[in-house]
Design a protein around this ligand. Sequence first.
Ligand SMILES: [Zn+2]
Length: 232
Amino acid sequence: MSGLVLPTTQEVLAGLREYVAIPSDSRNAPPETMRRAAEWIATRLAFAGARLEETAGNPVVRADVLGVPEAPTVLIYGHYDVQPTGDLAEWPSPPFDLTVDGEVAYGRGASDDKGPVYLVVALLDALIGQRGGLPLNVRILLEGEEEIGSPHLPGYVRDHADELACDLVISADGAQWRPDEPSLSVASKGLVSCEIIVTGASGDLHSGRYGGTVANPVHALVTILASLHAAD
Ligand SMILES: [Zn+2]
């Protein structure tokens, strides 16, 4: 990044302070508060043509910096909603008032996920503003329901699969390993929960007569479970 003038810590904190001040607690906040957070970050992404796209729940924020057809396309994911505050008495400072104490900034959502997303936005802004573009293509997808299980994101992604096509996804929703060591986690996975019921014969069957032809539910279940993972 030689020659690139990055925003100062004070500038980044000033922006983050505004963003954290919007109490976008997706479990409890009214829709207009959620929309205000979406609009705040979309405004910061105006250089990438950011827009709010409606879902049956909180809007999705989308933006694109394209135009390098020979280069890969990276989709950056993040979220603008935050977790509930819990017991206010346990906070050393008001949760929606970003408070800097030495090297640490406290505020609900400061680290998950407003800070990480805002840093990406600020860096893209600096790169595009000073270099006139990027060496690759970037698509941005920010949702407002991550902390409540993303109920409307799968449908949105299905309906907009073409516009979200990419070579790789980077989640801007993760921790820095240590204060002095940024990190990029690879090969992340989500989680799936399901109930699988396999039924078979209603009683014992003689192995010599039926063993090779009637599937044992235990074997079927083990085969199903093993198929969920590949060696790589
Ligand atoms: Zn998060």
